[in-house]
Design a protein around this ligand. Structure first.
Ligand code: ADP
Length: 472
């Protein structure tokens, strides 16, 4: 099975969120299962790895442009980089006014590259709106190209909120037939146009990153206006829970931690807590519960609930550490909270991977009251690191966190259902009460740490999808 995995961010080369973790770990797991798989991603300005293998590859796009191609190996996994400085040497990965054009070019370049690097892929695995035009190009501009006759596509939705919206007046740039704008499977979408919509209508199968999210996105509440399309394609839509990279996130060997620990010896976790409190200049009081947040600071992640709950949370003895960056209003809020409670609250604004690991290890409780959460990785990292998650039961959070049942000593965390501050605070209080009973808490931690969140079983499900769509 030959697979091309197209993703706009891949750890360790570029990352803004969970997609980058998945785009490294899933192909690795698929390779272990025997797939011949290569990653293709843009070469951003910050990427230095690899060597130049194609100097000037023509890409039929907006007239004709060229890109060069670089190559690297991630372990033994081949990674190709599309190098087009005019599109990808920007200050960040996304957020530019010509984003859709940039990634449309990338999609076209991925297809041109396929023809240069070996036999036709059985499947091109696309990820999110940045790759949405790959199935569209394949079904139109490349429909008569014998090289691609047996190539199928799947598209994974990592977050439906991001849809690659653009003004239909720029459609001419993409070298697509005009019928693909307003026709039956056209990209037009309520007055604008969307590359994601194109991908969803033209791919052979759609996957998303948890079973619960696969159901939720078919409803108006979570469908971001695409619920109708997803209901229409419901028989080709499947939810497969993300795994975690168990080498990267392993408390027995994590290179970022001051001490290691395991399910049979948790002593190192206390050392991690001590060091974390020092890092944030908080009092070294190991018996006080330490709550944590590591997150993009956006509305999606439930920050309005956290803010509404904060007074009541701070009435307890708990301390809080926060790592994240994003919306100004949230950064300002947490800075003010730190200033008014310097012995209770620590904050770090920015992206800091080592610190994310240290927080997962050193904290007692992880807060993730998301409004929606396609899969969520942090709650799984928390579980693996013996840090108890408190989540809202949505998307992958609902699929991975089971409410703790004290009578039967079953369950791995705490979850609430309605997006409601009282329900959230109740769960926090319940967690703090449980924390006070060390034996019970220990069992709760063990329940989480003994779960299997490896990629092995999820990768097998992706392989089943590849087999289902393949054309011979
Ligand atoms: P999303 O993809 O919606 O941001 P996930 O929970 O799926 O949420 O994945 C987030 C990933 O990004 C995790 O690996 C998490 O550790 C990481 N992360 C988020 N914010 C930061 C930050 N400020 N510093 C370091 N890592 C972060």
């Amino acid at each position: 099975m030959r697979i091309i995995f197209a993703a706009s961010e891949v750890v360790p080369y570029a990352k803004t969120g969970g997609l980058a973790d998945v785009a490294a770990a899933l192909p690795k797991a698929l390779m272990t299962l025997g797939c011949d798989i290569s990653i293709v991603m843009p070469r951003y300005r910050t990427i230095n790895a690899g060597q130049l293998i194609i100097d000037a590859m023509p890409v039929p796009f907006a007239g004709r442009r060229y890109c060069s191609v670089w190559f690297d190996r991630l372990g033994s996994l081949p990674v190709y980089f599309i190098d087009a400085p005019q599109y990808f040497h920007r200050s960040g990965l996304y957020g530019e006014s010509d984003d859709v054009e940039r990634f449309a070019f990338y999609c076209r370049a991925v297809l041109e590259l396929c023809k240069r690097i070996g036999p036709p892929p059985d499947v091109i695995h696309c990820n999110d709106w940045m790759t949405g035009l790959i199935p569209v190009y394949l079904n139109s501009n490349y429909a008569a190209d014998p090289y691609f006759f047996k190539t199928a596509t799947i598209l994974t939705i990592h977050n439906l909120a991001f849809q690659g919206l653009f003004d239909p007046s720029s459609f001419g740039l993409f070298d697509l037939d005009p019928s693909l704008l307003y026709g039956e499977k056209g990209l037009e979408f309520g007055g604008v146009a969307s590359t994601l919509k194109g991908g969803l209508l033209h791919c052979d199968a759609i996957t998303t990153v948890s079973r619960r999210y696969a159901q939720e996105i078919q409803t108006p509440e979570y469908g971001f206006r695409m619920d109708g399309i997803l209901r229409y394609r419901r028989y080709s839509l499947i939810g497969i829970l993300n795994g975690i990279d168990e080498d990267e996130w392993d408390p027995t060997s994590d290179k970022y931690l001051p001490a290691h620990y395991s399910i049979v010896n948790l002593a190192g976790k206390a050392i991690c807590k001590r060091e974390l409190l020092k890092t944030f200049n908080l009092p070294i009081e190991l018996d006080r519960p330490l709550l944590a947040i590591v997150s993009r600071m956006t509305d999606q992640k439930g920050f309005d609930l956290i803010i509404k709950a904060m007074d009541r949370i701070l009435e307890t003895k708990a301390m809080l550490v926060v790592l994240g960056s994003g919306a100004d209003k949230y950064e300002r809020y947490f800075q003010a909270l730190r200033d008014s409670h310097p012995d209770r609250v620590g904050v770090y604004f920015g992206f800091n991977n080592p610190l994310a690991h240290q927080i997962e290890a050193g904290a007692d409780i992880f807060l993730m009251p998301s409004y929606y959460e396609p899969c969520g990785l942090n709650q799984m990292y928390s579980l693996r690191y013996g840090t108890v998650p408190i989540v809202r039961a949505t998307g992958g959070l609902d699929d991975t966190v089971e409410n703790f049942d004290r009578a039967r000593m079953r369950g791995n965390g705490f979850k609430f259902y309605d997006y409601d501050v009282n329900q959230f605070v109740e769960r926090v209080y319940e967690a703090l009460l449980t924390y006070a009973d060390k034996d019970v808490w220990h069992q709760l931690i063990i329940n989480g740490m003994s779960q299997d969140f490896s990629w092995a079983s999820s990768a097998r499900k992706y392989l089943d999808v590849y087999h289902a769509v393949r054309r011979d």
